[in-house]
Design a protein around this ligand. Structure first.
Ligand code: NAD
Length: 469
């Protein structure tokens, strides 16, 4: 679906008109376009509050990119910045001319109380205006849930408000701000998440807080060009929209994809499956024998699965008082119950291999609620609860996470009334709708074998929608 306003406002005449009328002027987002594209380029500045626990790992990860890495030298609170990777070049931020930065990365794990929050101001105040268009702000803190001292928990929780506010201030540049809350001993698990958030793959992800735990299984290094080589992935609802983009993206990253959809969508499903050299599996996931059909197929063709993406979903919108019972039943059955039953079958038959990945597709409606969507929002909230609970039970490097898309340009949102569609597109920090590939890239990051520490999260892919938290 074409966003006419976005096209108009990106002409020189349209830009001037939008500015003089105080209308939003969304920036064209840079997305991932080519194999072997470095995850970040340009000038990256890293800084660290005193006592930072992840600065070395951050420095090492960024050093593996095509970026020129700098660390702030003249900021009093950055006493540990010299530890920031061997390739970091000290930069005096008070000297002219100041560089444009593609990313500002700050290790806040050392912050122990509210006074030390001043380190955030000291690092970002002189630099935030130098953030380039499509730039990235990334803050790494400690998971407040693991902080014993109330003052430390408060200070680490404060990072959330900081990052979400920065995201709102820089969104007009097409820039994003995100926060990683790591467990104290999880700095070795940061790499895949730092790469994701600094790269164009996370173009439509902003204002998010991701928890990283210490994974039980050490993740092996993977080829950045084909991180999912030798993996087998099942994607439900893969014939179109977001599911099609997920299938394409996982195949691009090297996975063999079983693309599943209802039998009525077989023609389009086969087009997708043959394009990505995968398998087409016609199956209605709400039928009683669906879990067994899927498990048998995976076992017979591939001996098991490495990745399951529960993307198939439906809306059946009506206000509660007007909603027929079958609208309620179908939304819950497709969006929640089917996922539970399929996982149960695959897990009980031990068909999800070690270091396997389960990804569920929720929605910001499941976080914020939505008028006319009591059934849909109930099912999508349930998905989040399910992910949080199952994450604690999975073993041997297996993880489960969710994405919660906001307004994504698909057939589902094209069917919305005009005013709701326009509101959905503009009411976020980036003032535009996302693309199916934005959801797919987030899922590909979860599925990366080195993302074993990312477990039990729900990340919104919504351009930091104003709706919900
Ligand atoms: P879509 O309607 O274009 O695609 C959904 C796919 O699921 C279709 O191919 C459909 O045939 C399949 N499906 C439906 N019922 C099925 C069943 N019983 N068995 C097997 N397959 C079935 O929708 P989309 O916009 O691509 O959405 C994909 C997912 O993202 C859904 O879970 C949706 O709730 C979620 N989502 C979308 C948006 C958005 O803005 N588009 C926002 C939030 C969440």
């Amino acid at each position: 679906m074409s966003d006419l306003y976005f096209k108009l406002v990106n002409t020189s005449l349209g830009k001037t008109a939008a500015q003089s009328l105080g209308l939003p002027s969304p920036t064209q987002l840079k997305r991932w376009t080519r194999t072997n594209q470095p995850f970040t380029e340009g000038n990256v500045l890293i800084g660290c509050a005193s006592g930072g626990k992840s600065i070395t790992e951050l420095g090492n990860t960024i050093s593996a990119s095509a970026a020129m890495l700098h660390h702030a030298s003249k900021i009093p609170s950055l006493t540990d910045s010299a530890r920031a990777g061997t390739k970091a070049v000290p930069l005096d931020l008070t000297a002219e001319p100041v560089l444009k930065f593609s990313a500002l990365v700050f290790d806040a794990t050392g912050i122990k109380d509210s006074l030390q929050l001043r380190a955030l101001y000291d690092f970002f105040h002189p630099t935030v205006r130098q953030l380039a268009s499509n730039g990235r702000v990334l803050v790494v803190g400690l998971d407040p849930a693991g902080c014993k001292a109330p003052a430390q928990a408060a200070a680490q929780r404060s990072l959330e408000g900081f990052v979400r506010s920065v995201g709102k201030e820089i969104g007009k540049k097409g820039a994003t701000a995100n926060l990683i809350w790591m467990a104290p001993t999880a700095s070795q698990q940061l790499d895949s998440t730092v790469r994701f958030f600094l790269s164009p793959r996370s173009a439509y992800v902003s204002g998010q807080c991701v928890r990283i735990t210490r994974a039980a299984k050490g993740a092996k290094a993977v080829s950045p060009a084909a991180p999912l080589r030798d993996k087998v992935a099942l994607v439900t609802g893969a014939s179109r929209g977001i599911g099609e983009a997920i299938a394409d993206t996982l195949a691009r990253d090297g996975a063999t994809v079983i693309a599943l959809d209802i039998p009525a969508a077989m023609e389009q499903l086969e087009v997708v499956a043959s394009r990505i050299k995968g398998e087409a599996l016609p199956c209605d996931i709400t039928t009683a024998d669906a879990p067994q059909t899927i498990a048998d197929f995976a076992e017979q063709h591939f001996g098991g699965l490495d990745i399951i993406v529960h993307n198939a979903g439906i809306t059946r919108d009506k206000t509660l008082g007007n909603m027929p019972a079958h609208f309620w039943d179908l939304a819950i059955a497709v969006n929640l119950t089917a996922e539970e039953l399929i996982n149960e079958e695959l897990l009980s038959r031990e068909l999800l291999r070690d270091n396997g990945r389960i990804v569920c597709v929720s929605s910001i409606s499941g976080i914020a609620g939505n008028f006319g969507q009591t059934n849909y929002a109930t099912s999508k909230s349930g998905v989040i609860g399910y992910v949080e609970a199952l994450a604690k039970q999975l073993r041997d490097g297996r993880t489960i996470n969710a994405v919660a898309p906001g307004f994504i340009e698909t057939r589902m949102t094209a069917a919305m009334p005009l005013t709701m569609r326009e509101a959905g597109r503009r009411m976020n920090s980036l003032s535009q709708g996302g693309l199916p590939m934005d959801v797919a890239e987030t899922i590909a990051w979860y599925c990366n074998p080195t993302s074993a520490g990312v477990n039990g999260n729900t990340v919104r892919v919504c351009g930091q929608s104003l709706i919900g938290r």
